[in-house]
Structures are given as structure tokens and as C-alpha cells.
Design a protein around this ligand. Structure first.
Ligand SMILES: Nc1ncnc2c1ncn2[C@@H]1O[C@H](COP(=O)(O)OP(=O)(O)OP(=O)(O)O)[C@@H](O)[C@H]1O
Ligand SMILES: [Mg+2]
Length: 276
């Protein structure tokens, strides 16, 4: 079977910085790949390379077997690859509904017609429980609704490959669950999904495979439980001293419980983490 998404040796340099360095992944239809790693590891840049915001200096991007390396964002969108942005950038002058309609307008489902695009927007808003705020401006939304709007914009493209770049940042645990359920549902519908998150509980509960990035490179890839218990991952995330202290504490307690706490990870700026 041809994978929905494949990257081969994907790399980009910014001057002397190898921001993404030789990343190869395969994501099949109906599978969720998690991408974790410390701040600055290259996670968002990895998405940018695939969705056309940045051109790679080396490597390949294949969508359903088609070579889309270095293609413009609208070409990638037309191939039904959609994404959210880590920093939300809604059109402030437009309603929530029209922000979503714009996504549909430029993707295949809207077919360039405003009426059709609004129809698609209404469907997506309904599905995401945003119908009640459709006529508000994006700045009037709660954090949870603003994050949902980003997902709605992406879904309006009717993607087969979906990238979520910290779409759960700032959410309280109770607000996170509907977002996780939505990811599970989209997965069941056959979407290939790439989830970039610092919230480990989210990663653990939706991902089939987790890629850990560090300084642009792959540190390791594997099933969530294995990866999150790996000493190298703990060290990369929390620093050497924390890892040593934890190891000592575990040895003292005589246990070998899961090493990575559910909610560890550096926090994206501005995120308020609720106790969890
Ligand atoms: N357009 C750019 N020009 C130059 N450097 C860049 C550019 N985009 C990203 N970088 C650098 O590349 C590295 C990777 O950044 P990136 O945003 O991909 O990290 P990240 O893993 O998404 O981090 P975070 O968890 O904080 O979102 C960083 O050192 C960043 O400063
Ligand atoms: Mg990022």
C-alpha cells in the first residue's frame, strides 16, 4: 500500500543551523504519528517543509506516492494536506464562519464558490460544536474555541493528511478530551494525522507511533509507551540533572514506574497548564 505521507531524508538548513536534519517518516491512512521534542527541536519546521511554507535543502516529500517536494502551499492543499499553525492567525475582520469558508474556498470542496464554501464551513462548524459562535469574530473566542477554529479551518479542506501543531496548547485537561476524541474519530475515518504536542498525556492517548526530535534529528521512533519511558527522551526533555535525580529516586523507591510524567515537557510560551 502506498503511504498517505512519506518523507525521505528531509532536511533544511538556516545558515549554519540544521533545523531539520535527515527526517524520514511514513504515515499510513488511519494512523497517527506523534512528534515530540524540546523547544527548537525542529518540529514546526518539519511541518513547514511538508506543507510548503519552507523549501527543503535536501530530501523528499511524497503524498500518496506523489512527489510534492518543495511545492507551493496551495498545491499541497490541493493534494488534501492540511495543517494548523502553532501561532493562530485568523482573519480578524471576518466571522468564524468565513474564516472556515476561506479554507474550503481554496480547497477542492469549495470549488471557488462562496456559497458552496459557506456550506462546507457550516458542516465543519457543526461537527466541531462551533455553530453557536459562527457569527462571532475570532478574537471573541475562548482559548478552547480558538484552537477548535484552527482545526476547523484545516478540516474545511477535507484533508487526507492532517498536521496539528500544538492544537492543545493552553487547554485544560477537560477541554483536551473532546479534541482527543476528534483525533480518534478522524483516524477511524482514515485520515493520516501528525500530532505535534508537548502534552504527553495527549500523545500517549492518540498516537500509534512517536518520533522524538532533538536538534533537528531523529532521536528515536517507536510506540508511545516505549518512547516515553526511554532514558534518552527524559534527558532530552528535562535535562541531564533531572533525569539523574529521577533515576536515583526510582532506585530508592525500588520501583520502575513510568519514567516520563504524563504532562512533562517544556511549555510553549503563553500556555497555561492546569494541574493534571
Ligand atoms: N525561518 C527560519 N529562519 C531561521 N531559523 C529558523 C526558522 N524557523 C525556525 N528556525 C529555527 O529552527 C529551529 C527549530 O525551530 P522550530 O520552530 O521548528 O522548533 P519546534 O520544535 O517547533 O519548537 P517549539 O516546541 O518551541 O515549537 C529553531 O532553532 C528555530 O529558531
Ligand atoms: Mg513548534
Amino acid at each position: 500500500m502506498t503511504a498517505a505521507l512519506e518523507t525521505r531524508d528531509l532536511s533544511v538548513r538556516f545558515g549554519g543551523l540544521k533545523a531539520v536534519d535527515g527526517i524520514s517518516v511514513t504515515v499510513e491512512d488511519g494512523r497517527v504519528l506523534g512528534v515530540i521534542g524540546p523547544n527548537g527541536a525542529g518540529k514546526s519546521t518539519f511541518i513547514n517543509l511538508i506543507t510548503g511554507q519552507i523549501r527543503p535543502t535536501r530530501g523528499k516529500v511524497l503524498v500518496a506516492g506523489r512527489d510534492l517536494t518543495g511545492a507551493k502551499p496551495w498545491k499541497i492543499a490541493a493534494a488534501r494536506v492540511a495543517r494548523t499553525f502553532q501561532i493562530n492567525k485568523p482573519f480578524r475582520g471576518l466571522s468564524v464562519r468565513d474564516n472556515v469558508a476561506i479554507g474550503a474556498m481554496f480547497g477542492a470542496p469549495g470549488g471557488g464558490s462562496v456559497a458552496k464554501a459557506r456550506g462546507v464551513a457550516d458542516e465543519v462548524l457543526e461537527r466541531l460544536g462551533l455553530s453557536g459562535v459562527a457569527e462571532l469574530g475570532p478574537t471573541e473566542l475562548s482559548v478552547a474555541h480558538a484552537q477548535r477554529l484552527e482545526v476547523a479551518k484545516a478540516l474545511a479542506l477535507r484533508p487526507r493528511v492532517l498536521f496539528l501543531d500544538e492544537a492543545m496548547a493552553g487547554l485544560r485537561p477537560a477541554e483536551m478530551e473532546p479534541q482527543l476524541e476528534l483525533i480518534r474519530e478522524l483516524r477511524r475515518e482514515g485520515l493520516a494525522i501528525v500530532v505535534v504536542e508537548h502534552v504527553m498525556r495527549a500523545i500517549r492517548s492518540v498516537c500509534d507511533t512517536v518520533l522524538v526530535m532533538q536538534e533537528g534529528r531523529e532521536l528515536l521512533t517507536g510506540p508511545p509507551d516505549e518512547v516515553l519511558a526511554d532514558e534518552r527522551v527524559i534527558t532530552a526533555y528535562l535535562g541531564q540533572r533531572y533525569a539523574e535525580r529521577q533515576r536515583a529516586e526510582r532506585a530508592e523507591a525500588g520501583g520502575s514506574g513510568p519514567a516520563v510524567a504524563d504532562q512533562v515537557g517544556p511549555r510553549p510560551e503563553g500556555e497555561t497548564r492546569a494541574p493534571g
